[in-house]
Design a protein around this ligand. Structure first.
Ligand SMILES: [Cu+2]
Length: 118
């Protein structure tokens, strides 16, 4: 385990000092695509980031149309990608919430939605 004592303060510090000027692991793209509509519930969600991730400190949760958790298992991290399997939950809006630690020791998080339906 490598946990910097400064880690919890880093995001605030970075916001105050530099905004987005430094490179962090930001979401580059996702499948299903951010804000898009897909015909049937996907088997998994894959997020691709702008930097490699630390697997032990990176996670993603997904909630389905009625707010229930639909992520089915631990997220898998490979390089700059993170995937999580889903259990199908029908049509509606799915919320994806991610929280990652990049190899440069900065944490970032964010969320997006995609739609399932005809
Ligand atoms: Cu960074």
């Amino acid at each position: 385990m490598r946990i910097s004592p400064l880690l919890p303060a880093m995001p605030v510090f970075l916001l105050l000092v530099s905004g987005q000027a430094w490179a962090h692991a930001m979401l580059d793209h996702a499948e299903p695509r951010v804000g898009n509509k897909v015909a049937s519930p996907p088997r998994e969600v894959t997020l691709t980031f702008t930097q490699k991730l630390e697997p032990a400190f990176s996670s993603v949760t997904v909630t389905g149309p009625s707010g229930q958790r639909v992520d089915a298992g631990k997220a898998r991290v490979s390089g700059n990608q993170m995937s999580v399997p889903l259990k199908g939950a029908g049509a509606g809006t799915y919320h994806v919430n991610w929280h990652v630690l990049s190899v440069d020791t900065h944490t970032t998080d964010g969320s997006f939605t995609f739609q399932v339906g005809p």
